[in-house]
Design a binder for this molecule. Structure first.
Ligand code: AHG
Ligand code: MN
Ligand code: MN
Length: 304
């Protein structure tokens, strides 16, 4: 029987040992987060994060779970989390820095839609001035009917699905996204009230034989592009979010890193590659358009 379990698979493929250990630790910690989502308290923690949003108990708990597990590896110089105001140094002798959104889509938990966790991994001490392109790996977990872990390292994107024993088993290797799209996932549709260009882009999709697939959680909305090997997800700006809502370091850059390995594209609404945007602030936002390359090209034309 070939070795298809996460830790065996990554070590057999000869990827960097320390990086493999960080990825394995993230996937392992994700099991505790998945358990907390299934069984945990949905009450408000009574605190708010930098954006003044309520942090539900699960956001805080997920943040703690990933932080503690990453700290225990002794491999991580610093972390930056959507739920923490500043970068936190864990081990000043270590080589890696990990940025993460510990729980994305937490407002969907009561509706029982899929949520996730997203990670950007740099082999560098700290994040300032780094670009998405400087990452050595990115990964995410989707907590849906099944828990799925997807990672991108070197030139590969690999999907692992949790089995009945709690182990992550390879379910897809070397994921590639086609250049034409079959679905569209238009985030921030309220921008169409103010923006004729976005309204026209959405009408363009509606006139094509594309299927609308949008959950409101970017992890599931972008995961389906990788899973179905085609699609487009957009989150443009409007007056309330002049730079978009989604964060560069915790959300957009890691997905852009994964997308690039699959042959998909990830740009901001001006058409600049997300991977080329330098990190100036931990909580910096960006607009994003990600997915099948032909459809991204057309979207850039509509918005510019
Ligand atoms: P988070 O739960 O980490 O704050 O992020 C939620 C994000 C993302 O998952 C989704 O694409 C976006 O918010 C949707 O926002 P709106 O429904 O406000 O457009
Ligand atoms: Mn998020
Ligand atoms: Mn979050």
């Amino acid at each position: 029987m070939p070795l298809r379990l996460l830790n065996h698979f990554l070590s057999k493929e000869g990827f960097d040992k320390d990086l493999t250990r960080i990825l394995f630790t993230i996937a392992h910690a994700g099991k505790y987060v998945a358990h907390a989502i299934r069984t945990g308290d949905l009450g408000l923690a009574g605190t708010s994060n930098l954006y003044g949003e309520h942090q539900v108990a699960l956001d805080v708990l997920s943040d703690k779970i990933f932080t503690e597990h990453l700290k225990a590896t002794n491999l991580v110089y610093s972390i930056a989390s959507e739920e923490q105001d500043n970068e936190i140094v864990l081990n000043n002798k270590a080589a890696f820095s990990v940025a993460f959104d510990p729980l994305d889509g937490s407002s969907l938990i009561d509706t029982n839609l899929s949520v996730g966790s997203i990670f950007a991994i740099f082999k560098n001490q700290g994040f300032m001035g780094q670009k998405g392109r400087d990452m050595v790996a990115a990964c995410y977990l989707v907590y849906g009917p099944r828990t799925i872990f997807v990672c991108a390292l070197e030139d590969r994107v690999i999907e692992f699905t949790q089995n009945e024993l709690g182990e992550f088993v390879v379910s897809k290797d070397n994921i590639k996204v086609k250049s034409d799209s079959k679905t569209f996932s238009p985030g921030n549709l309220r921008a169409t009230i103010e923006r004729d260009d976005y309204s026209e882009l959405v009408s363009h999709w509606q006139k094509l034989p594309l299927t609308l697939r949008y959950s409101g959680g970017m992890v599931a909305d972008i995961h389906q592009i990788f899973s179905k090997e085609s699609g487009i997800f957009t989150y443009p700006s409007f007056s309330k979010y002049p730079n978009g809502k989604l964060r560069l370091l915790f959300e957009c850059a890691p997905f852009a890193f994964i997308a690039e390995k699959t042959g998909a594209l990830a740009v901001d609404e001006k058409g600049r590659e997300i991977l080329d945007i330098p990190v100036k602030e931990i909580h910096q936002r960006t607009t994003i358009m990600i997915g099948s390359s032909n459809e991204i090209g057309k979207a850039i034309d509509f918005l510019n």
